[in-house]
Design a protein around this ligand. Structure first.
Ligand SMILES: Nc1ncnc2c1ncn2[C@@H]1O[C@H](COP(=O)(O)OP(=O)(O)OP(=O)(O)O)[C@@H](O)[C@H]1O
Ligand SMILES: [Mg+2]
Length: 270
């Protein structure tokens, strides 16, 4: 795949006043965001609740339009949702009446791809996410972790250039989550996409991100952006436990924890 870049340039977002609410003032939730996500990069975004993470993702997806600044893919302005940017939400939003295979094939149907080809591609994706035997199962016959994998496979079906992930692993138990982190990295490396991952977990952000972006709240701004070197170790087979135990990981984790706390107390003091 050719290299692509998703770019935010001096992006601000103001939600309009809600006239039916008592606090009717317009609200600026993101301000002066400059961010690039290139193919092969895995950018984690952390920040406390309400700092604008989901708003940032919705802008990248094209569900929202910036109030100022520009968002582009390879220099071309994003004007709405597109098959080049796939979104995976925390609650998987799969179609419960369809099988796992038909959920994955659904975007291909929308693209007008013929039935046999859809089936071939959906089966290849099922294989990729480790669900080769589960294609005929309905969504309600799958565990939460399996559903998330179907959701990710469906997102990959349209062969997006960018994967936009809003806390996709938040509802999973620790062990499944850890497995899914390694899985996400493998998929992203294999597909060559650029990924934007929103998470509440500093640990997760550091483990899978090639970069970690910290949002400061009110209005959401990029307070810090650090390079994280651990995902390549995880990809080449190092255990997450060993990585977490390393001095380098502990140092960055302490730095990020301190930073997020200082941003919150700054806010509380205001
Ligand atoms: N459609 C909307 N209209 C008005 N305000 C909104 C809208 N969506 C979000 N907001 C406000 O924008 C701010 C940022 O919200 P956002 O959902 O982006 O935060 P977040 O960082 O994703 O939070 P969380 O970690 O809780 O998911 C919040 O104060 C929220 O109330
Ligand atoms: Mg959110």
């Amino acid at each position: 795949m050719t290299k692509s870049v998703l770019s935010f340039r001096d992006v601000s977002l103001t939600y309009p006043a809600r006239l039916h609410e008592r606090k009717a003032a317009a609200r600026t939730v993101l301000s002066g965001i400059d961010l690039d996500i290139a193919s092969g990069e895995f950018v984690s975004v952390i920040g406390r609740s309400g700092s604008g993470k989901t708003s940032l993702l919705n802008l990248a997806a094209g569900f929202l339009t910036p109030s100022a600044g520009t968002i582009t893919v390879d220099g071309i302005a994003v004007t709405g949702p597109g098959a080049d940017r796939a979104v995976v939400f925390q609650d998987d939003a799969l179609y419960p009446w369809l099988t796992a295979r038909d959920n994955i094939a659904f975007p291909l149907k929308l693209k007008g791809i013929a039935t046999t080809e859809r089936r071939r591609r959906a089966d290849a994706l099922l294989q990729l996410v480790g669900l080769a035997d589960a294609g005929d199962r309905h969504i309600w016959e799958l565990s939460g972790g399996m559903r998330q994998r179907v959701g990710i496979a469906r997102a990959l079906a349209a062969e997006p250039r960018f994967l936009l992930l809003d806390e996709p692993l938040g509802a999973l138990d620790a062990m499944t989550r850890s497995r899914m982190q390694a899985f996400l990295l493998t998929i992203q490396a294999a597909s060559g996409t650029g990924a934007l991952l929103i998470t509440h977990s500093i640990d997760e952000a550091l483990l899978v991100g090639t970069r970690v972006v910290v949002l400061a709240p009110d209005p959401g701004r990029i307070a810090s952006e650090i390079r994280a070197p651990f995902s390549s170790d995880l990809l080449s087979g190092a255990s997450a436990a060993d990585i977490r135990a390393s001095a380098a990981f502990k140092t960055l984790q302490a730095d990020l924890t301190g930073l997020i706390h200082s941003l919150s107390s700054e806010d509380a003091a205001a």
